[in-house]
Write a new protein. Structure first.
Length: 471
């Protein structure tokens, strides 16, 4: 109304979504299944005979499970009347009574908007593990469960569900997001009965974003980002960027790019400079190949190097490599010494995050000589040329070698984030940070001219080469 841009859904959407009966009626009209219900404004109104017990009573206009506990589930009309009278007196608003779906409960988060060239992205789905709550709370995620007995251990994210179920939940969530005209971000709750039917429970167009790890106080929405390998700051950034795109506001990042936008020579030029340096350093013919696919020869090289570098359980199968070969913007660098494959790295556009590249694996049979650093450097240059803002990878801190790798990546400019439910420690590089400007302008080897300069600065690796990172 005042022309001030803001994050999140508008007034009408927010008001509708806070009114549970109105939301259910709109969604049912549009073909979204919700539990059969009736709204009561007085204690003696007749009960619809088509409603089947057990029933659950909810305040129509509250959030955060306010006014909902196990005693809200009733099994006969006498109990329903007693609870209805109590709730009408306490909350002084209409009471929603619906059939209780005694089954699994899921929460689905979305980020983004519907537009000419985008649609909301679904975050990892969360499931409530009712077995972790005291039995007296029943199969109800009520006010007591969310306060007195709340713990992040009570929830599974990403939910361990079949692909078909995940796709159904995502499809329904996107449909609801669009019907209710949500903006930027939202979170939806569903129940699934024993027959596999999915029922919409409610939507939060402005979901909670509490995030206090030390006190174990985490809202569902940040937990979903956490499960996707992203931290709280990244969540805030993506929400704000979703609103910026929706309003058509020029992002700050674009203005920063105008201040410094390096013109990079072809990657092959840098590769040649690195080849010359490592050939002299290692005392043999050194060759680097850059590929945008994983063909049969690449698979052979990967499996040969992995067979010597990793335990069998850490080695990729042919099927796993074939699956990764289909990823968008695949980028692979392989190093050969005297014609023998000695190191490789490959990555691809991060499927979990916009504007991010994911380094899947780095492996080298030559340690402490800068080979791994060289391959990562070429990968970072590829990311710069493609316009990525972030580079992600995972490593581990389970032993001294893992801690050494963490220090190695920190030395390259990666930041260690919190451990993710995805295996390993997430590390991230923001490509727009000031130190990268210095790296490009001063540290990287210049493309070879008449007298190529040795890229010894970037290839000095005091920590040794990385072993392996896998998603």
């Amino acid at each position: 109304m005042l022309g001030i841009p803001y994050v999140g859904s508008g007034v009408l959407t927010t008001a509708i979504c806070l009114d549970k009966p109105t939301t259910k009626m709109i969604l049912e009209f549009n073909g979204v299944k919700t539990s059969p219900f009736q709204v009561f404004t007085g204690p003696d109104e007749p009960l619809n005979p088509k409603l089947r017990f057990p029933l659950i009573l909810k305040p129509s206009h509250e959030g955060s499970s306010m006014g909902i506990n196990i005693d809200n589930v009733v099994y006969n009309e006498a109990a329903m009347r007693r609870k209805l009278r109590e709730m009408l007196e306490t909350y002084r608003q209409p009471i929603l009574i619906e059939e209780f779906i005694d089954g699994r409960e899921f929460s689905v988060g979305l980020i983004g908007n519907y537009g000419p060239s985008e649609e909301p992205r679904v975050l990892p789905i969360l499931e409530v593990d009712f077995t972790k709550f005291p039995k007296e709370l029943g199969n109800v995620l009520g006010q007591k469960a969310k306060t007195i007995y709340d713990s992040s251990k009570n929830y599974i994210c990403p939910a361990k569900i079949p692909e078909e179920l995940r796709m159904r939940l995502e499809e329904i969530s996107k449909k609801v997001f669009r019907i209710l005209n949500c903006k930027d971000f939202a979170r939806l709750d569903f129940r699934m009965d024993r027959e596999g039917e999915i029922y919409f429970l409610e939507i939060n167009p402005l979901p909670g974003i509490d995030y206090n790890v030390e006190a174990d106080e985490l809202s569902f929405y940040p937990m979903m980002f956490y499960a996707a390998g992203m931290d709280y700051d990244e969540m805030i950034r993506q929400i704000i960027e979703a609103a910026i795109r929706r309003y058509g506001i020029e992002p700050i990042a674009k203005a920063q790019e105008e201040i410094w936008s390096p013109t990079l020579p072809p990657l092959q030029d840098y590769a040649k400079a690195i080849e010359a340096h490592l050939a002299e350093s290692l005392g043999g013919t050194f060759h680097i190949t850059i590929n945008s696919s994983i063909d049969y020869e690449a698979v052979r090289c990967i499996q040969l190097i992995e067979s010597k570098a990793f335990r069998p359980e850490l080695q990729y199968s042919f099927e796993e490599l074939a699956s990764r070969a289909k990823r968008e913007d695949l980028f692979m660098v392989t190093a050969f010494l005297e014609g023998h494959p000695m190191a490789f790295t490959f990555g691809y556009r991060d499927p979990r995050e916009q504007d991010a590249f994911y380094i899947d694996t780095v492996a080298s049979l030559i340690e402490g000589r800068g080979v791994g650093t060289a391959l990562i450097t070429l990968t970072l240059l590829h990311c710069l040329q493609r316009g990525y803002k972030l580079v992600n990878l995972h490593t581990e801190e389970v032993d001294e070698k893992g801690r050494m790798l963490k220090r190695f990546y920190e030395g390259l400019g990666f930041e260690a984030l919190q451990n993710s439910p995805i295996e390993g420690l997430l590390m991230r590089m923001r490509l727009e940070e000031p130190w990268l400007k210095a790296l490009i302008e001063k540290t990287l080897p210049q493309p070879p001219r008449e007298h190529p300069k040795s890229p010894s600065t970037i290839l000095d690796n005091s920590y040794g080469n990385p072993h392996q990172i896998k998603s």
